[in-house]
Design a protein around this ligand. Structure first.
Ligand SMILES: *Cc1c(COP(=O)(O)O)cnc(C)c1O
Length: 375
């Protein structure tokens, strides 16, 4: 199966992991610090705190920004559940804002949801395309509202030459196996704010600080969200090739862009020239006449060895969220969910793989259009 995204592991990664395995410190050692330094160098952020998942890093970010009961967090429903879940872990109420046609949160919709209880706005760089943070910052000018950038898709992305990682109060990356680089499982919180970084370090390791000799103090309620030295060795090794990975994904994306430009059956999402996208996903939006055939197209592509996926079922549609907040429908998010299909786009693909996807999808789009099964 040609999956929609996957890792690329080479001998240098394997050697880095083996070397870490043979060392004295499997965790809490120098390799963690080195990986964090690499993330800072890449993005220009002052502080990086590596953790065992993006979910942990999101939780640590909400804690660092003081999110608690009676606070509201505004976020997008077109994301992985963890974006909102981690705020629920702090007791916050989630307000879902609608999305734009490119899958990113819609600032106009955020504006309607801001109240005197709003504590944090969490945006997601969907597929790797940077969110327009300036538009969000303009909305909250003069108010005590913080921004988290869930950049789980966007390591290496930039806008107007500024790297994702420095555009919000805290930025979260994921190093899950299929994300832009991997540490098996893993994540990080990046920030320019020393207090946020300090808080995240406490959350990461039981809220404990060393005093002297054996004497530790526990100054906050923390967790074990640490990432091992073995994982960080893989992360540093992968980081060296991030540029190569993105360039290859970008080449695949451009083959798709060209093949589908002017298509009557689907729209692609163009990355504006002032942005670079990590291209974690290559989303296409099926025309409305194909929405009811999406499941058939999905199944037929899988039968042909093409592992497309759908990103995402809106978070508010999960039964857990319905039980909390009742039925919700945001028209932009609903349409996006009906239309979206993520095509295989990763650094292990050949041009011929991309052409195989194009040929098969194009054929199916014609077949299901002529069947005109959708009303
Ligand atoms: C993958 C992902 C997460 C969770 O990442 P983990 O490292 O698996 O915890 C959170 N948000 C988004 C947008 C993601 O894509």
């Amino acid at each position: 199966m040609m999956v929609y995204s996957r890792q690329k592991i080479d001998n240098s990664d394997i050697e880095a992991v083996v070397e870490a395995l043979r060392s004295d410190m499997l965790t809490c050692g120098e390799r963690v610090v080195e990986f964090e330094r690499g993330l800072c160098e890449l993005t220009g952020a002052k502080f990086a705190v590596a953790m065992n998942s993006a979910t942990s890093a999101l939780h640590a970010a909400y804690i660092a920004l003081g999110v608690s009961q009676n606070d509201e967090v505004i976020t997008t429903p077109i994301t992985f559940a963890a974006t909102a879940n981690a705020a629920l872990m702090c007791g916050a109420k989630i307000k879902f804002a609608d999305v734009l046609l490119n899958g990113n949160i819609n600032p106009a919709s955020i504006k309607e949801l801001i109240s005197d209880k709003t504590k944090v706005i969490t945006a997601v760089d969907f597929g790797g395309m940077p969110v327009d943070m300036d538009a969000i910052k303009a909305l909250i000018k003069g108010q005590d509202i913080k921004i988290i950038d869930d950049a789980s898709h966007a390591l290496g992305s930039s806008i107007n030459g500024k790297m994702v990682g420095t555009l919000a109060d805290a930025t979260i990356f994921s190093f899950h196996a299929i994300k832009p680089i991997t540490t098996f499982e893993g994540g990080a919180l990046l920030t320019n704010n020393e207090e946020i970084a300090k808080s995240a370090r406490l959350t990461r390791s039981h809220g404990m600080v060393k005093k002297q000799a054996w004497n530790m103090d526990m100054v906050a309620l923390g967790y074990n969200y640490r990432l091992s030295d073995v994982a960080c060795a893989l992360g540093s090794s992968q980081l060296k090739r991030l540029d190569e990975f993105i360039s290859r994904r970008d080449e695949i994306a451009r083959i798709y862009d060209e093949a589908f430009s002017g298509s009557k059956h689907l729209k692609t999402i163009t990355i504006p020239s002032n942005m670079r996208s990590a291209r974690h996903l290559y989303p296409v939006l099926l025309g409305e006449h194909l929405w009811c055939a999406k499941e058939d197209i999905f199944n037929e592509l899988h039968a042909r060895g093409i592992g497309v996926q759908v990103h995402y079922k809106p978070t508010y549609q999960f039964s857990f969220y319905k039980a909390l907040y009742g039925e919700q429908r945001l028209s932009g998010a609903e349409d996006f969910y009906r239309a979206e299909l993520s095509l295989p786009c990763h650094q292990m693909m050949s041009d011929d793989d991309a052409k195989f996807v194009i040929a098969n999808l194009s054929e199916l789009l014609e077949i299901y259009t002529s069947k005109s099964v959708c009303g």
